[in-house]
Design a protein around this ligand. Sequence first.
Ligand SMILES: [Zn+2]
Length: 345
Amino acid sequence: MPGRLVRSQSGPHAGSWLTAIPAEPATTLAPQAMQLALRRRLRMPLPLCHGRCGPAPGCGAQIDRLGDHALACPRTGLLARRAKVVERAWVRVAREAVGAEGQVVPQQWLVHTTAPGVRAEDRRRLDVVIYGAMPNGSALCCDATLVSPLTRTAQPQPCTADVDGAALRAAERRKAATYPELRRQGPQKLLVLGSEVGGRFNSDAQQLVRDLVRLRSYRAPPALRAAASSGWTRRWWGMLSVAVQQAVASTALGQPWPQPPEATSIAGPPLDRVLDLAEAEGPSRLPPAAATPVVVVGPRRLRRTPSLTGPKVGRSKKKKKWLVRPLSYQLIHILYKSIGCESKV
Ligand SMILES: [Zn+2]
């Protein structure tokens, strides 16, 4: 059914990969990945070899031409590996945001956080922990996940056909059950940075980017903060959205996607480059383009359109009114003076 992924492809910033400027590897989709992403978006058959899921590990089922089985089958082992692509994008975004004033720790052991009641032999690890991003100093314990609203038989997961982000809500419940210690009182907070294979991000992810943008743009001069905020927003959503599509493409291809090269600067690009990404707000202040004069040839004589008349446009009633008004004021002033009164005109 063509509309099965429409909800997954909608939502704020779900299509940012379509408008990302390919100026660096983090915001660039390779031609093969771009073709897969566009075909997935249009629900067109993927240009891949289709056969059985596997050989090993795999379930051996017949895989479909739309890639739904490959994106949902847990037997291939690719679901956990594809999440690394998105996780690295979150790490980079967080590092650019907090800079040297904060700290971003990927693959942090849960026992090394401030979560209470974790035993020393606990082997759970968080995808990324961000320090210094919140005004109250709390640590953001993040778990990035990428889920599919369709099963490996291309059937909708429960409620996903009627409710936006239902697969993300289920993932959030699973993560909350995995890390109950992070929900207790303390200077830590669990953030499930969820995304769907169609491109949709959950509310935690959107709120984190808003917080990071506010933190990063505050370092810009006051007059440039609005533009800096817009630029960082566009840059980071482009990186995250491209990472999701790279992860989807790698899963559909059946192989892990090569890791993008590390950023040359952890702090990100300089401010002038970020300002180039800022969205223009409000109407343009440039004067409207001059209308091309059109000469209309009539049956008797050459008529000119009003655009050719130039200043003669002032012959309108409004212009005459403005020409007449000062004369009337002068007449009233003379009349007042003749009767010995002072005019206030
Ligand atoms: Zn399978």
